[in-house]
Design a protein around this ligand. Sequence first.
Ligand SMILES: [Zn+2]
Length: 311
Amino acid sequence: MRRAPLLAVVALVAAVTLPSAGAAPKANERVLVVLASTGSRPYTVADVQQAFAQTNAFLQRASFGQVHLDSDVTPWLTGLTAKPSCGANDGSVDSIFEPARREAAGAGFDAAGYDTVVYEFPDARCGFFGATFGRQIMLTREPTVDLLAHELGHTFGLGHAMGADCVDYLRCALEDTGDTLSPMGSGSLDYSAYEKSLLGWIPAQPRVTAPRSYVLAPPTGRSKLAQALVVETSRGTWWIEYRAQPFRGLVFRFVDAENHSAPYDPSAILILKPTKHARPWIAKGESFRIPLSWRVTLAKVSATQATVRFR
Ligand SMILES: [Zn+2]
């Protein structure tokens, strides 16, 4: 779910359906987009097709060409007799989608032939823009790349990308979608190295076990170098990645061993202020002390790699 202001709705949805944890995306993800309303056509089919084309470009870039989104968009199907509900009390979310799916079938689109179905319900009055139920996505507003990358991420099994100034929860508030870089949070830069590892887009990454320097490449292309450095602590696992665009900096995320993001993959928490500066990365020459563990310094940077020192 993306930016859901109504906790009651979230609770309802959570109580109704535990979406089956998603599956990593296929090389060719087939998506059916059903535009269904009680009569309105608030945006055009061409606008929706463009949003999906841009999302395909985003996913192809993020996955280094390993995932392609192949989407079919229905015409506006304006025969719904009631506004879609935002959840279902009887335990079957399918009742939300069934009328629109029937309309789509009548227009020649068989939902069963697709990996994921996105339902555009502009008439729904819900406390969220998007919600994902297994392999079915419900959107209540015009699709954007950020919204689609977020909800599709849920269908792939990803949980929310969280954010906090520090991981001492007594001192620093934890924001559910507070990661300002990942679309699984509130960002639009790219999926994190941690998320790409979960999705199988980058291979297993090295564990830091000794005080020395490491060379790290950004997780934005295929590389034989490390694309993340992983630090295990008694409280959880740290994922450190280097970004060369649009900033050159080292980004720190923490996966708490006691996280509660099931049925999705464990969420990572982006450290929003690893230094006194108001930015979620450390720049060349700066250091960050991992609680109870290493002091990490970004020693050298270039467009293609960085040198990171652990003391
Ligand atoms: Zn979400």
